[in-house]
Design a protein around this ligand. Structure first.
Ligand SMILES: Cc1cc2nc3c(=O)[nH]c(=O)nc-3n(C[C@H](O)[C@H](O)[C@H](O)COP(=O)(O)OP(=O)(O)OC[C@H]3O[C@@H](n4cnc5c(N)ncnc54)[C@H](O)[C@@H]3O)c2cc1C
Length: 410
């Protein structure tokens, strides 16, 4: 449904003609999503126009025009998922790519203030220069820090040491659906960005609850997120070319290992014990295709995959990374881990001991840059069995059910 020309003109007055479009070719480029099926998928509903605001003031002005004329608006940060598109005809998409600045990194209080289009990799590079690091969601380092913190899910395998995006969220600037600006946490009391709750009752639950409102509650224009201690080098120097690039030098007190277990129950027991022992930096139930990628490329990868060897070897496996602050802590964590493996029948896979695997996997887990290749290469869709954002017990029963379904139907 086309936007009335006079209303189009009002939006244009806010952002300038070069920052708005309703050209069908441009709109179509927003409607495609490469994941989900081998050939990708197309959205059923096109936005009526795409608008690119550059500031909170411009977002406010757009929201007010939308309210005056009864137009639905939907924000997107990096637009990784179809869910960033409007679900009704006649709505406008707000593409926030021009709001891409890291506004502050507070080294002492360990937080960063970001705009919506700051991606995790951008923040990680700047944070590492100051001995800090940020949580990166499993979808990868090309996603928006702010979108995960304020609006959608927020988990990833480094959550073992760096938490969940929703809990890492501190002060927030929020343009409500009405166009009013609300400041949450300490920011609301003009006291800076350091705290996500108060003054008075916290609105964090209303803002995102467990999973976020997926763009249904206005536009978050700035937020602060917690940063974490980084014991590695201030700059990650790489060798070789992407996607096979690796760290030039190994990182001290950093060890990657791949473990497999005799049964899913034993894997669950090990996961629980690791949680109780509070050791580890990164944990991920492994997709065999991820390991396959580290071992082989191109035609070799297909041959390795078709042999079924990886799928069998990694039936009940996970990748576990220790990254300690000192030699003593490194030794302690390894001892605890060895005890847990002994108790649960876990075996270290010989593949993970190779120099090649250590190098490639260390790079992938620090930068979280392997997701699209490892998840989608074999089928075009997610190729792992289901997981769950719940207790270990529930996750295990979902994994079992997912496996059975896939074995039967795929
Ligand atoms: C292949 C794949 C893997 C994924 N894996 C994970 C994962 O491991 N962990 C995880 O947490 N999520 C995952 N997701 C879900 C989700 O896509 C990501 O959380 C998302 O990528 C977050 O960043 P983004 O910038 O791409 O968000 P976008 O796609 O731009 O937006 C995500 C949602 O948030 C809303 N939104 C974005 N910016 C704002 C804003 N400034 N104000 C208000 N609302 C906003 C959008 O309307 C949309 O509904 C995955 C998605 C895909 C397709």
């Amino acid at each position: 449904m086309a936007l009335r020309r006079d209303i189009y003109g009002l939006f244009e007055n806010v952002v300038g003609p070069e920052n708005m479009s309703d050209d069908p070719a441009v709109l179509q480029s927003y409607m495609y999503q490469p994941f989900g099926a081998k050939e990708g998928v197309w959205a059923d509903i096109s936005p009526a126009a795409v608008i690119l605001p550059a500031s909170t003031e411009e977002v406010v002005a757009i929201a007010k025009i939308c309210n005056r004329y009864g137009i639905v608006f939907k924000p997107m940060s990096t637009g990784w998922g179809m869910h960033n598109l409007p679900g009704v005809e006649g709505a406008v998409s707000l593409d926030l790519r021009r709001m891409n600045r890291i506004l502050e990194i507070d080294e002492k209080n360990m937080y960063a203030v970001v705009e919506p289009h700051v991606i995790c990799m951008q923040l990680q590079v700047e944070a590492m220069k100051k001995g800090l690091n940020c949580h990166i969601i499993g979808a990868g380092s090309n996603t928006s820090v702010l979108a995960s913190a304020t609006s959608v899910v927020g988990y990833g395998p480094d959550g073992l040491s760096m938490g969940f995006s929703g809990r890492n969220l501190l002060g927030v600037e929020w343009v409500l659906p009405t166009g009013d600006v609300l400041k949450l946490g300490s920011l609301g009391a003009d006291s800076g960005w350091f705290c996500g709750d108060g003054p008075g009752p916290s609105l964090r639950g209303i803002m995102r609850g467990w999973e976020g409102a997926w763009g249904g509650l206005g536009v978050f224009t700035k937020c602060a997120v917690k940063l974490f201690h980084w014991n590695g080098p201030p700059e990650l120097e790489m060798k070789r070319t992407p996607p096979n690039y690796v760290l030039k030098e190994p990182i001290k007190f950093f060890k990657v290992a791949l473990f497999s277990f005799p049964t899913i129950e034993k894997l669950a027991e090990a996961a629980l014990q690791l949680g109780e022992a509070e050791i580890g930096w990164f944990v991920s139930r492994l997709s065999p295709s991820f390991v396959g990628l580290q071992m082989a490329s191109g035609a070799n990868y297909v041959a390795t995959w078709n042999s079924g060897m990886l799928q069998e070897m990694l039936k009940y496996a996970f990748l576990f990374v220790i990254f300690a602050n000192s030699e003593g802590e490194f030794e302690y964590q390894q001892k605890v881990l060895a005890q847990i493996l002994e108790d649960t029948g876990g075996q270290t896979s010989p593949i993970s001991e190779t120099k090649e695997m250590q190098e490639l996997t260390a790079t992938a887990v620090i930068k979280v840059d392997e997701v699209t290749r490892s998840c989608f290469r074999t089928t075009g869709g997610f190729n792992t069995s289901f997981g769950a954002m719940d207790t270990v017990d529930l996750a295990m029963s979902q994994i079992k059910a997912g496996r059975e379904l896939k074995d039967r139907y795929i």
